[in-house]
Design a protein around this ligand. Sequence first.
Ligand code: NAD
Ligand code: UFG
Length: 336
Amino acid sequence: MKILVTGGCGFIGSHTVCELLDNGYEVVIIDNLCNSKKEVISKIETITNKKVLFYEGDVRDKELLHKIFQDNTIDGVIHFAGLKAVGESVKIPLSYYRNNIDSTLTLLEVMQESNCKNIVFSSSATVYGIQESPKYVETMERGKTSSPYGETKAMIEKILEDLYASDPTFKITILRYFNPIGAHKSGLIGENPNGIPNNLMPYILKVATHELPELTIFGNDYDTIDGTCIRDYIHVVDLAKGHIKALEHAHKSNPNIYTYNLGSGHGVSVAEIVTAFEKVNKLKLNYKFGARREGDLPEFYADPSKALKELGWKTEETLEDMCKDSYHFIIKEKGE
Ligand code: NAD
Ligand code: UFG
């Protein structure tokens, strides 16, 4: 089977491409490299000893998408491409709506025109918003999202639902990721954003490698076990494997729209991550407690039981693995 992976040079996309190739899929990538580097392609090829076909370009480029579908028999699409920085999306919302919504609409139009009707979409736990329970279950209604970024995810989920209602020959799988961290065991691919990171693990890595002086833990007065926020961190390789399971499930299932949480089911506090990172990597992190970050929820984590039951997927990597693999990647990246 040949899978088109949009955003395949990015953090989650690159790990998923490795899993696809390791599982016998052929892969075509389209990425405009707005948040990734072309070198990722050769790293993927080194890891897997397989070739990928790479189109450098924008998913909003309909002509290019048509060419890709004409040049290749695409059996399914995994759609990662999108802008993802929550804070930035508040500052430049139009860019976020333009990029994330337009790229999805263009892709879906070309898929429909090409009669390719199997798509896996990268959604986010952010679509749950504030719920009565911090344990998010797929049966909960989408809530109020806290950023334009989150809103693009909720809007795309709705677009996919409307598409399926109009064309029930589509197989649509919506995957709601919780907090992906970690890196490939090879240390060749991982997440290393330019500039000052927004997310916790990339920030920790910059402090651990002395690129930044100090981590600020946003808030230690929440009503949680140690006062810091709780999230459900998931190893990016576990997350990547979830996409293989989603494709296998779609292959043997009837057309429908399926939604799954991909998380570990366990909440971990920021302070616990910091402690685990220090212990497993045998170092001290310079950190301080600061004010709460606007928009942060105190606690949420996945109920991953639907993914286990229907996809046969669950996380395997521990928090220690995530901390070890993230650090291994950044040390290797900086040494190169
Ligand atoms: P990433 O930024 O590392 O990867 C996204 C890739 O898409 C990048 O390589 C970028 O260059 C590319 N891209 C963006 N817009 C494009 C366009 N219009 N045309 C072609 N390529 C384009 O992000 P990631 O962490 O790998 O996330 C992948 C997907 O998962 C995103 O849709 C993101 O919103 C979603 N997601 C991520 C997280 C997370 O915490 N990382 C959580 C939930 C959901
Ligand atoms: N945090 C700090 N200091 C930092 C960075 C983060 O204390 O320098 C804390 C945050 O306050 C939060 C936790 O670490 O409590 C995790 O923060 P991240 O920014 O890493 O992740 P979020 O949970 O805020 O958001 C992530 C993704 C979103 C996605 C959301 C839900 O960035 O795209 O998970 O899946 F929508």
